[in-house]
Design a protein around this ligand. Structure first.
Ligand SMILES: C[S@@+](CC[C@H](N)C(=O)[O-])C[C@H]1O[C@@H](n2cnc3c(N)ncnc32)[C@H](O)[C@@H]1O
Length: 299
């Protein structure tokens, strides 16, 4: 990622602003009559930040409604992603017996507050300091109560973050579930490789990981995709300049090499499964997106 994207550490600009974009999408999804995921906190984040206070939080506030590439199709993508990853995390906690959840690049993810976690669960949230400070300020103003032990960890994921996590009470001896949602394409290849190595090193048998990646050709081939141009036009976020431009590692392959079983899916598979969400289009920024689910076998 261009270093300018990291100069601002809160939600007011750079990559932090993307957390507000996803929050706005989740607010819109929440208010849909056929919503796939409910996030009652999302609109509060959007309305609290000067940078996004004028953004829509309901599709009815968008003049061209679902025809708008950003607030229609792209927002529905984020709604679908939220639902699929909610299901993944809850399955690990309830069926898999995992009690440690780590959200990497947590942004304004409110899962610690809105999902029904089993007793004894801890949710570790890693993001940059300014983003987590804004999040705490908004949630504090709402007197929101977490449904798990929530542990914010303000640190840059390009640094060595493993000690910060274990110093915060994470136990590498117990199974864990990890999520990198909307994160890896902003990180340099070295940080992604470190992340995968660290997740593997700190994961006991029976742990699970889900993450989102973009195939490299996406950046080159879909430069003029309506999703990118609409995001730039409506809210001034130029995703292409925020993405790290370097070649991407084969993280699914690396995990397989470490003994994990990994499966790679297009988002469109989940659209078909849920009966709602984006389907393939011409010149589509989503064509290169993959959702990867990986399990470390029990010891
Ligand atoms: C698109 S948002 C996604 C947030 C959240 N996972 C979600 O889906 O709602 C990307 C998040 O990654 C965080 N991020 C990007 N680069 C980071 C870095 N080097 N260290 C820590 N967090 C980072 C940003 O601050 C932002 O909150």
């Amino acid at each position: 990622m261009a270093d300018t994207a990291h100069r601002k550490t809160g939600v007011e600009g750079g990559v932090g602003l993307t957390a507000l974009m996803v929050a706005a999408a989740r607010a819109i999804e929440t208010h849909r009559h056929d919503s796939l995921a409910q996030d009652p906190f999302a609109e509060h984040f959007v309305l609290a930040a000067p940078a996004s206070a004028h953004w829509p939080v309901r599709i009815q506030q968008v003049p061209d409604g679902d025809a708008n590439p950003l607030w229609g199709r792209f927002a529905r993508y984020f709604g679908l992603r939220t639902r699929v990853l909610d299901d993944f995390l809850l399955r690990a906690a309830h069926a898999g017996g995992v009690r440690q959840v780590v959200l990497l690049g947590a942004g304004l993810d409110s899962r610690a507050f809105r999902l029904d976690w089993p007793p004894g669960c801890a949710v570790f949230e890693i993001d940059r300091e300014g983003v987590l400070a804004f999040k705490d300020q908004v949630l504090g103003g709402l007197s929101a109560t977490a449904k798990a032990a929530r542990v914010p960890i303000p640190i840059d994921l390009r640094a060595d973050w493993a000690d910060a996590l274990t110093d915060s009470g994470f136990d590498p001896g117990a199974p864990s579930v990890w999520l990198a949602e909307g994160l890896l394409f902003y990180l340099p290849v070295t940080a992604e490789t470190y992340l995968v190595d660290t997740v593997d090193r700190l994961s006991a048998g029976g742990s699970a990981l889900a993450y989102e990646v973009k195939l490299e050709k996406d950046l080159m081939e879909y430069r003029d995709s309506p999703l990118y141009t609409s995001t730039r036009h409506h809210i001034g976020i130029d995703l292409l300049t925020l993405f790290d431009g370097g070649p991407r590692p084969d993280s699914a392959g690396e995990l397989s090499g470490k003994g994990w079983s990994a499966s790679v899916h297009t988002p469109f598979e989940f659209t078909r499964r849920h009966g709602r969400g984006p389907l393939p289009e011409e010149n589509d920024a989503l064509a290169g997106n993959r959702w990867v689910f990986a399990d470390k076998p029990p010891a």
